[in-house]
Write a protein that binds this ligand. Sequence first.
Ligand code: NDP
Length: 319
Amino acid sequence: SAEKPVILIPGKIHPRVLERLTPVFEILQTPAGQPVDLSAADAARVRGIAVAGSVSATLMEKLPNLQVIANFGVGYDGVDVTAAANRGVIVTNTPDVLDDEVADTTIALLLNTLRQFYAAESYLRAGRWEKEGAFPLTPLSLRGRHVGLYGLGRIGGEIASRLEPFKVKISYHTRNPKPGVSYGYQPSLKALAEAVDTLICIVPKTEQTHKAINADILKALGPNGVLINVGRGWSVDDAALIAALKDGTIAAAGLDVFYDEPKVPKDYLDLPNMSLLPHVASASVHTRNAMADLVADNLIGWFDNGVVKTPVPETPVKG
Ligand code: NDP
């Protein structure tokens, strides 16, 4: 039989990806946290990459026979997609299969930020309920809120449909109004922040979304304002958010993502009006398995019959 195509895995990947790829391909896995170091001979054999992290243009240049990069995750900002497109290299991601999980987590983070369930449970566990009486009433509630979605794509749409039964008003901002939705459209992030009191960020990491949630936006959100970020830490100006939470410019924030993960600014840890999660929005066994399968299906499909299931929009060929 023909030689198995060689797949490079730079650093760590979900074990199910390895389990699915190992029977079909020859795997070259390089150590995590280090630049990829391959002999020229090995580099020339690499035809595909499976990655949960980053693939730079520099790495692609070292791989003359690279055809496809399968990214573990729907956000593929770690892959230099322009460099890939210029070289005719296909990039795939893992859309759709994580939408429900991420939307569920977003609702949980929103409720937790408003109703302080983590603090309440810690209070019970510390024995304070018995000694000191009831946990203090939370100043914030979801009741009567107007929620604005910054981003209404696959995940944003699932978040919005979950919010409907909570009986809140829903608005959104995207660059293009989304046909067929009844939520109020705002033509800019600023206009959205002015209209709502609760802002959920679920946009991708792009040049346009860099620190988009800045002092100006937080001021527009106002003193009853709550910010939830499940997109990328890249989209929030940390210094502005810390200041806004300290001086009451907004009321509270819940974050699943951070600018320089896994580093979290110390000020965030000290603020009582924050709920913080370590980038776990899609992190269940169920959903990560589905993402792993999609990574494997994309690579297997490509080398079997030249078809990828989920190419990213910038990619030179369609699935
Ligand atoms: P989609 O591509 O389906 O949706 C992206 C949405 O953002 C669209 O509505 C798009 O609308 C909008 N958007 C993009 N750029 C801008 C902009 N400059 N200004 C305003 N709106 C913008 O992506 P998904 O819903 O599948 O995923 C969104 C992101 O969520 C991912 O890229 C990833 O970074 C993050 N994510 C985080 C996870 C976590 O674990 N916390 C898990 C999964 C995803 P339009 O094009 O009209 O502007």
